[in-house]
Design a protein around this ligand. Sequence first.
Ligand code: WQD
Length: 322
Amino acid sequence: MSILVTGGAGYIGSHVVRLLQEKGHRVTVIDNLSSGYSGRIGAAKLVELDLAAEAATATLVELIKSESITSVIHLAARKQVGESVTKPEWYFEQNIGGMAHLLEAMRQTKVDKLVFSSSAATYGMPDTDFVNEDFECKPINPYGQTKLIGEWMTANAARAWGLRAVNLRYFNVAGAGWPELADTATMNLVPIVFAALDAGKSPVVFGTDYDTADGTCVRDYVHVLDLAEAHVTSLDYLDRDTRDHSTFNVGTGKGASVFEVLAEIKRVTKIDFEIDLQPRRPGDPPYLCADVSRIKGHLGWTAKRDLAEIIESAWSARQASS
Ligand code: WQD
């Protein structure tokens, strides 16, 4: 197949690109390189483009035709929760506007298969530990709102012109499938802790008074390579004429607390670091883990890698890139 991957030069996107290349697919990457690196995508054709730009739809139509694109995997988006709270209009312009241009270009060129990168942030602060996809979505920040609206947009396109879509709700992604594809941003717990250790500082824990086993927040950490494999599996699912669902959680179905992640980092790095205990961070649900029965039952996908492999791969990739 000839597949267009938006955001393919990013941490997660480059893992998807690499897997598709290994399976023999032709891959074209669109990325604005605001946080991605062209060196991550190998021989894939790279088109530097801001999907939210006025002329993006026309550029996309030409590209889809010239590369004979058959399917699209859409990961390009702004994804910093804190930034989305301070710049909500920009987040809507970037994430919703960019997606509208992409869907319009797909409609015009009759490309009808899309895998959309959604998020557990669509759930907001659920009052249950393991959420399933039927749980009512109440996102609590503009980033999560843009992901939920993105899911609505795929449903509208399915109804209006027959788009076949899978929305993948990512839980907490970490690890590295290849050392050169490490998460070099410091926007999430594991890379933030690594950066603190590299700087000789104590990692910070936001809140130890939650109603959880050890008082720290619990999340579902999923290996980025498992996540990438879920995208490839989703493309196969879109070839089926009967599909009972379009939205799937992508996680392990197991929770790990912040303290448990830090303990794993101590084991892997062999650094017995001090921990800086701080008050809660606003907007953090105590528990946010995935019920993964739907993706297992309908796509046959389950995560193969555990927290140990996540931390080991992330640490060795960081060592390799430093
Ligand atoms: C994890 C836990 C923090 C840093 C975000 C997005 C979500 C999804 C996953 C994209 C929390 C705690 C963190 C630190 C800490 N991304 N923490 N000290 O907030 O669960 O979810 O990433 O789809 O949409 O919102 O991830 O890695 O920021 O935090 O104690 O220095 O670690 O409080 O409990 P989060 P995170």
